[in-house]
Design a protein around this ligand. Structure first.
Ligand SMILES: Cc1ncc(C[n+]2csc(CCOP(=O)(O)OP(=O)(O)O)c2C)c(N)n1
Ligand SMILES: CC(=O)[C@@H](O)[C@H](O)COP(=O)(O)O
Ligand SMILES: [Mg+2]
Length: 639
C-alpha cells in the first residue's frame, strides 16, 4: 500500500496520543497497522518539508514498532548503527513535535541524541560502531549483574560491511553467556545496492526464506558444515548462515514489514538468552512511490521537495563542488589511463557515479569500508595505478593509520578527495569535516590542496594526479561553489588575490575562505588598514614562498574551515618560528569543540569565519587583544 502524500498536517490520532512506547503494547493489530500508516504519512509530510533521511526511515516503521513492543527502552537498550534510521524511534519516544525543526539549528537532531532523550545512546553517525557499543554495554551489564536488561543493536546491511562490525561479531559470537541481540535491517542497499560476498550471502539467505512466517533457530555453534561434534549424536544440522558459524543463533530472514512475524522473531531472540542475529528484510523508501522508484539510492536523503511530485523546492543556483570534481575526474580518466577511483559505498554523493559509468573497470565500490579502501588504494598504486579515493572528510579519520602507514610510508601516489570538508551543516557534530587538516598535517610527505573555486579545483586535481611519488589530498565543502576568484599574481604555489599599498596585514585564506577574506580586506581598507590576501592553494605543508610572503608583513592572520587548534595556522606559525621570523600570527578557524547541527553559513558565521568576523579578528590582533573565539553554540547576531 503506498501512502498518499496527502498527509495530515499534524500527527494522526494514534501518534499524537502516544505517551510512551509502553503504550504500544495496548494497541490491537488493527490499531498498529493504522499507527504504521500514520507514521509513514507523518514522515513523508515532515521530512519532505525540511529534508532528511526519508528512504531509510520509511523502511524502519514496522521494525521500530516491534522493537519498542518487545523491548522496554530505556531499561533495555536499543542501539542504532549510524542512527540516520532512528526517526521512528524518535517519534515513538515523544519527539513528534520536533520534526518541524529536524536538523536545523537548535532543532531535533537527525541522529540519536543523549541530550534529547534517555532512549538515545549512539550520537556518532559513522557506520559500523553499534555492535562494538553493544559488546561493551553487555559486558558492563554482566559486571553490574544487570543481565535482565537486553542489549539490542540495529545495524543495516551496509554498515555491516564495515570492518569494525566484524571485529565486534568476533567478540559477540565468542561469548555465549552475553546475549546481545543483533537486528540486521537488510534492505539490500547502502546508498546504492550493497556489494561483495556478504551481500551475496544475504541474498542467498533471503532466497531461502519462503512467504510463510518461516524461520529456523539453530543451536550454533554446534552447527557445522556436515561435520560432527564429539558430544552430539549424529551429524549436526547444517549451518544456514555465516552468523551461525560465528557462534550466533540465527533467526530469519523475516519480513521486516510484517509486524507479527517480526515481533515473534524478536521475542524468540530475547528468550534464547544467547548471542543471536535476527535477519529482517525491509525495503528502503517503503510506502512512498517517489522513493521506491528512485533508482540511485531510494531517496536515502532528500532535500526540501514537493511531497506529491518529489520535485525539489529549493534549487542551488550554482554547480556543487561535487559536480565540478565529478566532471574533472571524468576528464582526467579520459586523459590518464592510470587513474582509477574508489568509494566506500557512496558513488553518488561523492561524485564518482559518472566516472563509474564511463570507466566501469576503473571504479571500485568497496562497501562502507574506508580503511580497506585506503589500503586497497595503496595496493593499486603499488601496481602502477593512480587511485583517487573519494570520501567525506569526516570519514577519512577512521582510516588515518592506513593513510599514514600504508600509503605515506611508502610514498605512494594516492589522491584523497575529501568532500564535505569544513562545517557541513545539518548532519551535526560527527559529520563536520573539521579535523582533516589537523590529521593530514601530521603525515610526512602528503600534500594537501584546498581549492578556492571551480577553476582551482580543476587545476589542483590535475596536479594531484600527476604526483608519482607522494600522496596528495584535496578538500572542499558541501554545497554550491562560488564565483571564480582570479589571482593578481602567483608566487610559487601561492596566489595573491588582493593587495593594498602597504604590507600591513597578510590574510592567508585556505580554500573557500578566500571569498570572506577578500571581503574582509575591503572592510579593513575602509579603515585605512593595508591588507594582502593570499591563497596558498597547497595548504600543507606550508611553502617557503608563503613563509617569505608572511615575513614581509607586520601581522599574519590565517583563515581555515578546519579546527584552528591544528591546521594551516599552526603549521605556518611553526614555520615562521623555525625561520626566526618574529611576525605575529593569529589563526582563525573552527573551535576545537564538537559543533552542533545548523546551516554551514550559520556555523561559519558563529565561528567568526565570515567577512565581519575576520575583519573584527584582524582589528583585535592589531590591537594585541586576545582572540575571542565566538561560541558556535550561540547563534551570532545577524550581521
Ligand atoms: C564510516 C561511514 N562511512 C560512510 C557513511 C555514509 N553513510 C551514511 S548512511 C550510509 C548507508 C548505510 O547503509 P545501511 O547501513 O544499510 O543503512 P540503510 O540506509 O540501508 O538503512 C552511508 C554509506 C557513514 N555514515 N559512515
Ligand atoms: C548518514 C550519512 O552519513 C549520510 O547519509 C549523510 O547524511 C549524507 O550527507 P549529505 O547529505 O551531505 O550527502
Ligand atoms: Mg541497507
Amino acid at each position: 500500500m503506498t501512502a498518499t502524500p496527502s498527509a495530515p498536517d499534524t500527527a494522526g490520532p494514534l501518534l499524537s496520543t502516544l505517551e510512551a512506547p509502553a503504550a504500544l503494547r495496548e494497541l490491537s493489530e488493527r490499531q498498529l497497522t493504522g499507527l504504521a500508516d500514520e507514521i509513514r504519512a507523518f514522515l513523508i509530510e515532515k521530512v519532505t518539508a525540511v529534508g532528511g533521511h526519508l528512504g531509510p526511515n520509511l523502511g524502519m516503521v514496522e521494525l521500530t514498532l516491534a522493537l519498542h513492543r518487545v523491548f522496554t527502552s530505556p531499561h533495555d537498550t536499543l542501539l542504532f548503527d549510524i542512527g540516520h534510521q532512528a526517526y521512528v524511534h524518535k517519534l515513538l519516544t515523544g519527539r513528534a513535535a520536533g520534526f518541524t525543526t529536524l536538523r536545523q539549528a537548535g532543532g531535533l537532531s537527525g541522529y540519536p541524541s543523549r541530550e534529547e532523550s534517555p532512549h538515545d545512546v549512539i550520537e556518532n553517525s559513522h557506520a559500523s560502531t553499534a555492535l562494538s557499543y553493544a559488546d561493551g554495554l553487555a559486558k558492563a551489564r554482566q559486571l553490574h549483574g544487570e543481565q535482565d536488561r537486553a542489549v539490542v543493536a540495529v545495524i543495516g546491511d551496509g554498515a555491516l560491511s564495515g570492518g569494525m562490525a566484524w571485529e565486534a561479531l568476533n567478540n559477540l559470537g565468542g561469548a555465549p553467556d552475553r546475549p546481545v541481540i543483533v537486528v540486521l535491517n537488510d534492505n539490500e542497499r547502502s546508498y546504492a545496492p550493497t556489494i561483495g560476498a556478504l551481500a551475496d550471502h544475504l541474498h542467498q539467505q533471503r532466497a531461502q526464506s519462503d512467504d510463510s512466517i518461516d524461520w529456523l533457530v539453530r543451536q550454533a555453534p554446534a552447527a557445522r558444515f556436515g561435520g560432527c561434534d564429539a558430544e552430539a549424536d549424529g551429524p549436526l544440522p547444517l549451518a544456514r548462515s555465516l552468523f551461525e558459524l560465528l557462534g550466533f543463533a540465527y533467526i530469519g530472514p523475516v519480513d521486516g514489514h510484517r509486524l507479527r512475524p517480526v515481533e515473534e522473531a524478536l521475542s524468540l531472540a530475547r528468550e534464547l538468552g544467547r548471542p543471536v542475529v535476527v535477519h529482517t528484510v525491509t525495503s528502503k523508501g517503503k510506502g512512498y512511490r517517489p522513493a521506491e522508484d528512485e533508482p540511485q539510492d531510494r531517496m536515502h536523503t532528500c532535500g526540501v521537495i514537493d511531497p506529491h511530485t518529489a520535485e525539489p523546492l529549493k534549487q542551488s543556483s550554482t554547480p556543487s563542488w561535487t559536480s565540478v570534481f565529478s566532471d574533472q575526474l571524468c576528464s582526467l580518466g579520459q586523459r590518464h589511463e592510470n587513474v582509477v577511483a574508489l568509494t566506500a559505498a557512496m558513488p553518488g554523493p561523492t561524485g564518482l557515479a559518472r566516472f563509474a559509468e564511463r570507466f566501469p573497470q576503473r571504479c571500485f565500490d568497496v562497501g562502507i569500508a574506508e580503511q580497506h579502501a585506503v589500503t586497497s588504494a595503496a595496493g593499486l598504486a603499488t601496481g602502477g595505478l593512480h587511485p583517487v579515493v573519494a570520501v567525506y572528510a569526516t570519514f577519512l579519520g577512521r582510516a588515518f593509520d592506513q593513510v599514514l602507514m600504508d600509503v605515506a610510508l611508502h610514498r605512494l601516489p594516492v589522491t584523497f578527495v575529501l568532500d564535505r570538508a569544513g562545517a557541513t551543516g545539518p548532519d551535526g557534530p560527527s559529520h563536520h569535516g573539521m579535523w582533516d587538516l589537523a590529521l593530514l598535517g601530521a603525515v610526512p610527505g602528503l600534500h594537501v590542496a584546498a581549492p578556492r573555486d571551480a577553476t582551482r579545483l580543476r587545476e589542483l586535481l590535475d596536479a594531484a594526479v600527476r604526483y608519482e611519488d607522494a600522496p596528495t589530498a584535496l578538500r572542499f565543502p558541501k554545497g554550491g561553489v562560488g564565483e571564480d576568484i582570479p589571482a593578481l599574481e602567483r608566487i610559487g604555489p601561492v596566489d595573491v588575490l588582493h593587495r593594498s599599498g602597504i604590507s600591513d596585514v597578510l590574510l592567508v585564506a585556505a580554500g573557500p575562505m578566500a571569498a570572506p577574506a577578500r571581503e574582509a580586506a575591503l572592510r579593513l581598507e575602509g579603515q585605512g588598514i593595508g591588507v594582502t590576501v593570499a591563497d596558498p592553494r597547497w595548504v600543507l605543508p606550508v611553502s617557503t614562498e608563503l613563509v617569505q610572503l608572511a615575513s614581509r608583513h607586520r601581522l599574519v592572520v590565517t583563515v581555515e574551515d578546519n579546527i584552528r587548534t591544528a591546521g594551516l595556522g599552526t603549521a605556518l606559525a611553526r614555520a615562521l618560528d623555525d625561520d626566526g621570523c618574529g611576525t605575529p600570527l593569529r589563526a582563525l578557524g573552527l573551535p576545537g569543540r564538537f559543533l552542533p547541527h545548523a546551516s554551514r553559513e550559520d556555523l561559519l558565521r558563529r565561528a567568526g569565519l565570515d567577512a565581519k568576523g575576520i575583519s573584527q579578528a584582524v582589528l583585535r590582533a592589531r590591537a594585541h587583544k586576545p582572540h575571542q573565539q565566538p561560541d558556535p553554540h550561540t547563534p551570532a547576531e545577524v550581521s
